[in-house]
Write a protein that binds this ligand. Structure first.
Ligand SMILES: Cc1cc2nc3c(=O)[nH]c(=O)nc-3n(C[C@H](O)[C@H](O)[C@H](O)COP(=O)(O)OP(=O)(O)OC[C@H]3O[C@@H](n4cnc5c(N)ncnc54)[C@H](O)[C@@H]3O)c2cc1C
Length: 630
């Protein structure tokens, strides 16, 4: 079997689509590049200001340190300087109670989620990388080749081995992926890594046809990069699944499918794969597909081979990841923590850069707590304040389009592409310990944890826990005519709407109560006494009662305390107000235009009755002191 024939190719959308080659419009390119340039300038200026403040603060910090008496610092060894390892390094370095040694086989940090762009623009590597930090910690360049209870074995580029003893160990050696997507031990320096990317980019440039094995997020991002720069190349996915992004948030899958379809991408789906070669893919059925270049975008594997002979191997679990307990320690080794792609925790979270960082925050806190003799925190509640870590991802479709997900809420478009650039830039800045990066991510992490436990909670039964059929059905019931409107699926908008309605209504009702309190004679003698003579007791009693309902009731529905009873009493007051207007002015041609034009005199009371009845029945929503309405 030779190259893919037209009959073997399946368009993504089912029906045969036209081969498209749609480049981003010039307007979009100029807009995005200008916004990115502006943002970059602002971020650099803020970084400069923060750097100056930091330099001014340093002498005070040093003097304060001299006054403190500390026990000898504990030695924390962190192996792996990526999302997990560098987060732990930032939390733990520069302190008096611990000293940190950071170990990695390479001398630079590379932002993996952005790396695929190097296939089409190898010089982009400089924007994705920075030197590993060493100003507040010791940096050791070498590969961990083994570990014991008390030390890790590290081999340098010349093959010389040394033992590095630790009081606490953070293992963060991540996962491996198909070359050249993640750096290997032969790419210790940035120059070596640059060479790899330059060769990979040259190979792609020469190719006319491309097969991407794996139509998951990595495959889709790679197709996005290729087609943005080379819109005429022919790209085909080969996957066991019959659709792209299987199991991913449906809104993102639909958006990406439409994007790829427009550019003529095809899918050979539904057949198991036997072998993947340099320019061939052999299917189990015996069919061999060929293309000028084949990329393997499947197969994340926990990177734990070097620990096979270590005491921690007893805790090897799924795909040889290391199983950790709720404190993120390797069970039975209370001074050894494991974070990120290399470990598995019973939460079975998605393996993402963000989750690796949340892991590392907890591990770092637990090391500090352990040094200080304080109780340890449990994962993830100890960091996020909730039972789950927010599920955050960003899927780019080239430089000029992207989707972003936060606990099931999906946003897409050019401005998400700008956001992705900002996340990328600030993450590299944070890895290099630039103040702007550190500040940005302190705020962003705090915000995302807060959002994840309040406004944008993980849906109880979301795409992760539903069967595919359930997820598709649920999504169909709740689909908007335009993808951008998917944002409205989030129940938070209903709660915000309810808050707005409560506050506006209360603002309009309260003055009726205040008016009665200022002029009790008029209301008592001219309204209660005349139109409600059957009410027992003094008319003043009824005046003050309805004024009380209006003033106190308005307050209650605004802040959301006893909102349902308050709404019931306000509804009763409004019924009386409507009755008075009907008795005094009649029906006023309702429901037709009143004789004198304008509004019926009972119109505000009738509208308030409707709102009060709604609050009574629906409750005050989430943004209330007592959301249950009592
Ligand atoms: C193409 C691609 C796109 C992705 N996109 C996203 C995304 O958009 N958002 C997201 O959140 N996640 C994304 N991910 C997943 C994310 O990159 C990983 O979850 C994340 O990198 C895990 O971080 P980590 O710190 O656990 O390990 P890794 O990032 O794998 O880092 C491990 C570190 O350990 C070092 N190391 C390895 N072995 C040794 C050794 N023997 N000795 C010393 N050092 C060693 C490595 O050099 C490396 O620095 C993507 C992954 C890929 C492959």
């Amino acid at each position: 079997m030779g190259a893919l024939s037209d009959d073997e190719r399946q368009p993504l959308g089912g029906a045969k689509s036209a081969q498209g080659c749609k480049s981003p419009s010039l307007f979009r390119v100029i807009l995005i590049e200008s916004v990115i340039y502006l943002l970059w300038a602002c971020l650099e200026i803020v970084n400069l200001i923060l750097k100056i403040l930091e330099l001014m603060y340093q002498p005070f910090h040093a003097c304060a340190g001299l006054l403190q008496k500390n026990d000898p610092p504990k030695h924390v060894v962190i192996v792996g300087a990526s999302f997990g390892g560098l987060t732990a390094q930032r939390e733990l370095s520069g302190r008096r109670d611990v000293k940190v040694t950071l170990i990695d086989f390479k001398s630079y940090f590379e932002y993996t989620p952005g790396a695929l762009r190097c296939f089409v623009k190898p010089s982009f590597l400089s924007e994705l990388t920075c030197k590993l930090p060493s100003s507040r910690n010791k940096l050791l360049i070498g590969a961990m080749t083994g570990a014991t209870e008390k030390a890790v074995v590290v081999q340098d580029a010349e093959g010389v081995e040394q033992q590095v003893k630790f009081d606490y160990l953070v293992l963060a050696v991540g996962s491996t992926y198909a070359d050249p997507i993640k750096p290997t031990q032969s790419e210790q320096t940035l120059a070596e890594r640059q060479f790899t990317w330059t060769s990979a980019a040259a190979k792609l440039e020469r190719a006319n046809t491309v097969i991407i094995v794996g139509a998951g997020p990595v495959g889709v991002e790679l197709a996005g990069e290729i087609l943005t720069v080379y819109p005429t190349k022919r790209v085909t996915f080969v996957d066991m699944a019959t659709t792209i992004l299987p199991g991913f948030d449906e809104a993102a899958a639909t958006y990406s499918r439409a994007w790829l379809e427009l550019r003529g991408v095809e899918l050979m789906g539904g057949e198991p794969i036997e072998r993947i070669g340099v320019d061939t893919v052999l299917l189990k059925s015996g069919i061999e597909l060929t293309a000028d270049v084949v990329y393997k975008c499947v197969g994340v594997m926990p990177n734990t081979d070097m620990l096979k002979e270590s005491p921690f191997a007893q805790k090897f679990g799924f795909r040889n990841s290391i199983e950790v307990n709720d404190y993120l320690q390797v069970e039975g080794h209370s001074r050894v923590y494991c974070v990120g792609d290399m470990m598995s925790h019973k939460s079975r979270e998605l393996k993402l850069g963000h989750t690796a960082e949340v892991n590392a925050h907890l591990a770092a806190h637990n090391i500090l707590n352990s040094v200080a003799g304080k109780p340890l925190l449990k994962y993830p509640n100890g960091v996020t304040g909730a039972d789950s870590t927010p599920k955050i991802w960003c899927l780019s479709l080239g430089r000029y389009d992207a989707c972003l997900g936060f606990n099931g809420l999906v946003l897409s478009g050019w401005w998400v592409a700008v956001m992705k650039w900002m996340l990328e830039w600030t993450k590299v800045a944070a890895a290099g310990e630039r103040p702007i990066g550190i500040l940005f991510w302190k705020v962003a992490d705090g915000m995302s944890n807060w959002l994840g436990r309040t406004l944008l909670r993980m849906p109880k039964k979301g795409p992760d826990t539903m069967s595919t059929e359930e997820a598709v059905l649920a999504d169909r019931k709740n689909t908007f005519p335009h993808l951008m409107l998917d944002i409205l699926k989030n129940p938070v908008w209903a709660d915000l709407g309810m808050l707005a309605m409560r506050v506006i209504t209360a603002l309009l009702i309260i003055h009726h109560g205040l008016d009665k309190l200022e002029n009790p004679d008029t209301f008592s003698n001219k309204i209660i006494a005349v139109y409600f003579p059957f009410l027992p007791g003094s008319p003043y009693f009824w005046t003050y009662l309805s004024a009380g309902f209006e003033v106190v009731g308005s307050f209650c529905i605004t802040v959301g305390i006893f909102a349902r009873p308050a709404a019931a009493l306000l509804a009763g007051t409004m019924v009386n107000a409507i009755a008075f207007h009907l008795m005094k002015f009649g029906r006023q041609s309702f429901p037709f235009n009143p004789e004198k034009g304008g509004a019926y005199t009972y119109e505000p009371s009738l509208a308030f009755l409707g709102v009060s009845a709604y609050i009574l029945l629906a409750g005050p929503g989430k943004f209330a002191l007592r959301p249950n309405g009592f």
